[in-house]
Ligand binder design. Structure first.
Ligand code: BTN
Length: 269
């Protein structure tokens, strides 16, 4: 610092701005809205739509009651990206079993494009960099007589430096890249990638994306322990996912296929 001027605090992140995000979109035609703080973007988007508002995508700067998988909280201070997207799909709701994996694929691709770091996927839908969780996805499914619908929620740790850690190894983009991430650019990349991947999934199913998943699969050939409600613990070697997005585990008793839902998974040595 020269001329005796006082050190200035580091500038805070640039605010999310619906207009800036829209101006960067190349593919998506979705209607989007940005709010400052909501309970949960998934919950709020469902309420907005139930109230007749034609919002397809909701982003918030922070969430007071962010929701994670398996009934967990998703701690959501300012400095993250919290996005929910509503979409209808052709066919019944059971066709959407792999939707969380598709959201993870889109999130990993968008992060990689914006940050230049390789992003891996831990089944069913954790996004990792260097073995640490950087983002997660939560799917709320809805059924209609004329087709299924879903709210796809994605939370990305963008800049949480100096904040307390959740209960698992995690990181944020600021730490892994050493640089500031433009959240408006990241949001636009994510929205466009979701538009493309959700179209592919709706038209062709998860089978069309299985190879992409395999290239990001961080569990492949690892020994894993899986448990779920009413399930005995399963131990075996992860062997990728099948065409429905189920995790394949080779056990001494044979090949097991696990559904995403309530399964808890950890690696074992
Ligand atoms: C997980 O890994 O447990 C899933 C976390 C999903 C968090 C996102 S943030 C945006 C959307 N709104 C929520 O309340 N949850 C999802």
């Amino acid at each position: 610092m020269t001329n005796g001027s006082r050190p200035q605090p580091a500038p805070g992140p640039i605010a999310l701005d619906a207009q800036r995000i829209r101006s960067r979109l190349k593919r998506s035609k979705a209607t989007l809205r940005v709010e400052r703080k909501v309970d949960s973007t998934n919950t709020r988007l469902a309420a907005l739509r139930a109230g007749g508002e034609a919002v397809d995508i909701l982003l918030a700067e922070a969430q007071s009651a962010g929701r994670g998988r398996r009934g967990r909280r998703w701690i959501s201070p300012p400095g993250g990206l919290y996005l929910s997207l509503y979409r209808r799909f052709s066919g019944p709701v059971r066709r959407l079993e792999a939707l969380g994996l598709v959201a993870g694929l889109a999130g990993a691709a968008a992060i990689e494009r914006c940050c230049g770091r390789r992003a891996g996927l831990k089944w069913p839908n954790d996004i990792q960099i260097d073995g640490r969780k950087v983002a997660g996805c939560l799917i709320d499914l809805g059924g209609r007589r004329d087709g299924a619908s879903a709210i796809i929620g994605i939370g990305i740790n963008v800049d949480f430096r100096g904040q307390t850690a959740p209960d698992q190894p995690w990181t944020d983009l600021a730490t892994t890249t050493g640089q500031a991430t433009d959240r408006n650019r990241l949001a636009a990349a994510l929205i466009d990638q979701l538009a493309e991947d959700l179209d592919t999934f709706d038209d062709q199913g998860f089978a069309a994306m299985q190879a992409r998943w395999a290239r990001r699969d961080v569990l492949s050939e690892c020994t894993v322990l899986a448990s779920g409600p009413g399930e005995t613990m399963i131990r075996g070697q992860a062997r990728g996912v099948d065409e429905s997005g189920r995790l394949l585990i080779q056990t001494p008793q044979g090949l097991r296929r696990l559904h995403g839902g309530e399964i808890s998974l950890r690696t074992d040595s």
